[in-house]
Design a protein around this ligand. Sequence first.
Ligand SMILES: [Zn+2]
Length: 302
Amino acid sequence: MALPFSGTLLFCPNGLREDETKLHKLKIREDALFLACSKFNPATTESGDLFWVPWRVVHSVAADSDRPIFLGLAPDGSPRFAIDIGDSLEAWSNFTPNGFQNIRSIAAHLADNRTAIVAQAHSILKWIAHHHFCSRCGSNNAVCLGGYRLDCTNPACGALTFPRIDPVVIIMVTSRDNEKCLLGRSHDYPDKIISPLAGFMEPGESIEDTINREIREEVGLTCTDIRFWGNQPWPFPSNLMLGCFATVEKDQLTINEDELVFADWFTRKQLEEIFRNPSGDRIFPQSISIAHHMMKAWLKDV
Ligand SMILES: [Zn+2]
């Protein structure tokens, strides 16, 4: 199953990003299409689809400094790019009649592989916008490889920077008899939201190490039988969610209140009730999230 923000149909042939001349020729092709983004959110049509514009529009309205990033070739062969419009919202307003939509709402509406394009554009454009300067010497960075590498412009330095992805493990912990699962709420979750526990991976950790550390830190339990379930890019700004199931031998929780507001065991019947009542005291993350799909999978005992 392709989760939201994954399953892209765009493809970049080997070596194409490295060839500036070929990228330029692709950019000015009649069938090339561009996704304008404001604050990393894409332009949309009235019906909520992605709103693509041709090069002549980009050329007429974009500043010279606005360099599109290359997303890849669509199945019909058309080159696809994304461009950050920066502060040029007014200049673009005539060409983006429905404005720019938050990617969470777009993803919920599109709910297919187009969300992968949204995630790709959002993550790369944001990464470029936040890395104007070399982290080693402070000189300006130049955008290379169609947006997938930043090269320090100081010849004495020459540092190359690549897009960063932060892996996060999300764990559906179940009791030994598989009759209940562990859900909780971190301090940074929106009110009422409960979800499987999650945490950033740290350097030097395997997925299993992260799971064991997080579950021990947050509820004082030891995991056994860790199984990988699925994964999802999460472009806020650039995470990779690694969904796993794990079993615990004991179920006595020792909740770390520095980490969690709340945690408890839930039966399938309780999960079904929460799914049925989205205006209740406890609600689950939206269907764009892997957390939502992991809980649905457990309900079906998959
Ligand atoms: Zn440098």
